[in-house]
Structure formats: structure tokens, C-alpha cells
Design a protein around this ligand. Structure first.
Ligand SMILES: *Cc1c(COP(=O)(O)O)cnc(C)c1O
Length: 429
């Protein structure tokens, strides 16, 4: 920093916008859909982030998932510190990559081999290539409102930041790049023909707010894929190791052919992974003909952090995560009801969503109606003024962590009650 006066959110955002597009390195952070100036984080600890002006926020963004143990968990930080002391990247295999792969396969039934990447985007992009390679088929089916990272062929109807920008997909993506992508509505089992290589789905959609799969949807996809000879891909970048030890596949009792992971398994370091049976994964180079690589893949800092996080995620941790999410759900629902604000908080285990609507949406069209009704913006700023940070966009999930205690939940519910009264006054005007 050149001087201390520049350490305000306003001043940093000014400077940021001159040298970084929109002032941010990922669009949702720019506050475009809620308005106002983003807070610049100086540090974070447990359930809290602190901005450069010294304001403290109870944080439910938690880096959009990686912060499952809360920020700066001592075990994670110590693991990263020790790993950094041994060097940051080698371009050669390491022990921790083996431990990481073994740990993931031990937790997820049917997962026999994994390959680590540097992001969830890379994981899904590579997994789709693998699926096309091993099936010899071109078509990818995805669901509207599901986000699978920002690779060309998967950005269509992408939810999350793409939806916040009001974009159907992205400029710069050629018709050719999406020619083999079919978009279907979430929660409806599509008809599959013999051209389909893979059906990609977020088993709990968490990038259009939180939309749970209706009973039978995931099993219906499993059956349809089996009938058509297509592979089923669960994008568990959010749900993996979050819903329970074995992720959404275990939670719903439906086994995909290919899994993608990210977020939680990096403890905040850049990481992703995809995996499948030995048979399918044997299609990958150097065993098979599907090429995939990465200079920093299996990075020693990321694997150290990931192993530390997984080490903390025992059965008790999942019980705690779920009860924290349930307390938040009940408390906030009560606060909205008391103020006469129509809201619904869908929850799947430890994952929570918020819509200002009568009923929980079942697909992207329904999610969009509620997300774009202008209510979230009021909620977001009301909470932020009261020191509680939710994602700056209505299409994101809420991420309570192991570090959120009863005190933070109570403070959050109190802030929600005051914000809800404010929203109700606003709507009467
Ligand atoms: C975040 C996310 C991705 C992309 O992961 P990045 O690490 O941001 O590239 C992919 N799929 C889902 C379901 C996600 O939530």
C-alpha cells in the first residue's frame, strides 16, 4: 500500500477498477446485482471476515464453500505453513497427493481413482472430455441454472454470476463450442438419445440459490443414463464432503459414473478434482488417450490444506454443520414471518438457500422470478450494515461453517429480524 489513507473500501475499489476489470477477479464480487461498494477483506478468522476499514462481518460467504471449517482454521493454517516450508511446487509426484486421493476414495463409495486439478472449472471441463473420450459420443446434457465452471461448452444457462449479469451464456463462446451442449430444465428427467456422452448435474443445485432435487429426479437420471449408455456426472464441487462424508451420492443413494469436486477439498487453496471407477479413469493420459494435465495440479500447499480439512470433517462435524444450518433456517424464517416478509429457506443438510418467494423454486425459471424481484438487494444491504455478510447476489447459497457458534446464529437472526422490519416498511411505501 502506498499510504494508509488509501485503506478504505471506496478508495481501493476506485483503484481496483482502473487496473482490474470491474475491480474484481470474479464478477459476483463487484456487487453489481446488489449495488454499492464491495468491502475489501483484510483478514478472516473463524466465522468472521474483517474489511480494510476494520469492520467485522459474520461471514456466510466463506469463499463460496471452501470455508467449511471457518476461516483460518489453526489446523489448516499450520498444515499450509509447514508445507510452504518444504517448497511450493515441484513438478513431481508427492506423498500428500496419494494420501488425498486415498482419503477421497475411502469416503465416496464407487470412487476408485481421482485426478487433482486447480479449480472446479478445470475438473468439470476435464471430466467432460474424459466422458466424451471413453464413450466416443459428442453430446453433453446440462440443466438450466446449474453452474459447472466457466469453460465454453458449459456456460450456457449457467446460474451464479452468469445469471446475476443477466446473461444467457457468454459472448466469446462460438456456436460450435456449444453445438453439442443440450440444456434441460432442472428436476425433469430429459429424454436421452445415443449421441449423449454425459449428463452433468449439480445433485443439489446451489448456484441458482438452493434448489433441491425432487424425489426421484437423480434416480431418474441414473436410469435414463443406463438406458441410453450415457455417463452420469455429479458436479459435487459444492456438495462434495459437505452434505456428509460421501457427499450427495451418499445423501441421495444414487451413484454417478463421474464425480467432480472442488471448494471444500482445498481448504481455500486453488483446487479441484474429478474421479470415477478405475475403468473410466483409465481413459486418461498416461493410461489412455484422453489428455489432461496441469503444472500446479496436486500442488503441495493445496493437498496439505485439503488433507487438514478432510481430517476435521468427521461424523460429529456433519452433525454440527447440519444443526447450525437448521438453527439459522428456523431463526431467519421466524424473523421474516414475524415481520410479514414472504420468504422461504430451503435446506439440504448443512446447505441453506434463501428466496423471497412463497414456495421453494424447483427450477431456474422459478428461481429467477424470486431472485430478480429486488428483495434480495434490500436484505443484503440491511444485513451488511448490521455486520452480517451474505453473498452479494441472490443466486448463491448460504454457507454456515463449523466456526459459526450459537452466538453468531443469534446475532444473525437478530439482524435478520431488524432487516425484515425495514424491508416490510420499505414495501409499504
Ligand atoms: C464453484 C463451482 C464450480 C467451479 O469451480 P471453480 O473452482 O470456481 O472453477 C463448478 N461447479 C460447481 C457446482 C460450483 O459450485
Amino acid at each position: 500500500m502506498s499510504s494508509d489513507e488509501s485503506l478504505t473500501n471506496e478508495a481501493l475499489f476506485e483503484r481496483a477498477q482502473r487496473v482490474i476489470p470491474g475491480g474484481v477477479n470474479s464478477p459476483v464480487r463487484a456487487f453489481r446485482s446488489v449495488g454499492g461498494t464491495p468491502y475489501f477483506v483484510a483478514e478472516a478468522s473463524g466465522p468472521f471476515t474483517y474489511d480494510v476499514e476494520g469492520r467485522r462481518y459474520i461471514d456466510y460467504v466463506q469463499s463460496y464453500g471452501p470455508g467449511i471449517c471457518g476461516h483460518s482454521h489453526p489446523a489448516v493454517i499450520e498444515a499450509v505453513r509447514q508445507a510452504a516450508g518444504r517448497g511450493t511446487s515441484y513438478g513431481a509426484p508427492t506423498r500428500d497427493e496419494v494420501l488425498m486421493a486415498e482419503e477421497m476414495c475411502a469416503r465416496v463409495g464407487g470412487l476408485e481413482m481421482v485426478r487433482l486439478t486447480n479449480s472446479g472449472t478445470e475438473a468439470v471441463m476435464s471430466a467432460v472430455r474424459l466422458a466424451r473420450g471413453v464413450t466416443g459420443r459428442p453430446t453433453v446434457v446440462k440443466f438450466a441454472g446449474c453452474y459447472h465452471g466457466h469453460s465454453d461448452s458449459l456456460l450456457v444457462a449457467g446460474g451464479s454470476g452468469v445469471a446475476q449479469q443477466g446473461l444467457a451464456g457468454s459472448e466469446g463462446v462460438t456456436a460450435g463450442a456449444v453445438a453439442d451442449t443440450i440444456v434441460a430444465p432442472y428436476n425433469v428427467v430429459p429424454e436421452l438419445d445415443e449421441s449423449v456422452a454425459v449428463v452433468c448435474v449439480e445433485p443439489v443445485a446451489a448456484n441458482m440459490g438452493l434448489v433441491a432435487p425432487e424425489p426421484g429426479f437423480l434416480q431418474g437420471l441414473r436410469d435414463a443414463c443406463d438406458a441410453a449408455g450415457a455417463l452420469l456426472l455429479f458436479d459435487e464441487v459444492i456438495t462434495g464432503f459437505r452434505l456428509c462424508r460421501g457427499g450427495a451420492a451418499e445423501w441421495y443413494g444414487v451413484r454417478p459414473d463421474i464425480w467432480c469436486f472442488g471448494k471444500v477439498i482445498g481448504g481455500g487453496l486453488p483446487v479441484g478434482a474429478f474421479g470415477a471407477s478405475t475403468e473410466i479413469m483409465s481413459g486418461l493420459a498416461p493410461l489412455g488417450g484422453v489428455y489432461q494435465a496441469g503444472t500446479l495440479s496436486g500442488n503441495p500447499l493445496a493437498t496439505a490444506a485439503g488433507l487438514a480439512v478432510l481430517g476435521l470433517l468427521d461424523d460429529d462435524a456433519y452433525v454440527q454443520l447440519e444443526s447450525t444450518a437448521a438453527a439459522l433456517q428456523e431463526g431467519m424464517a421466524g424473523a421474516f414471518a414475524a415481520a410479514g416478509v414472504t420468504a422461504v429457506l430451503p435446506r439440504v443438510g448443512p446447505l441453506l438457500g434463501l428466496f423471497f418467494a412463497e414456495d421453494a423454486p424447483r427450477d431456474f425459471d422459478e428461481a429467477r422470478k424470486s431472485a430478480d424481484n429486488g428483495r434480495y438487494r434490500l436484505f443484503f444491504h440491511g444485513m451488511l450494515r448490521r455486520g452480517v455478510a451474505f453473498a452479494p447476489g441472490a443466486y448463491e447459497a448460504i454457507f454456515p461453517s463449523l466456526a459459526h457458534t450459537e452466538a453468531e446464529i443469534e446475532a444473525t437472526v437478530a439482524a435478520a429480524a431488524a432487516t425484515a422490519r425495514e424491508m416490510e416498511r420499505d414495501s409499504e411505501r
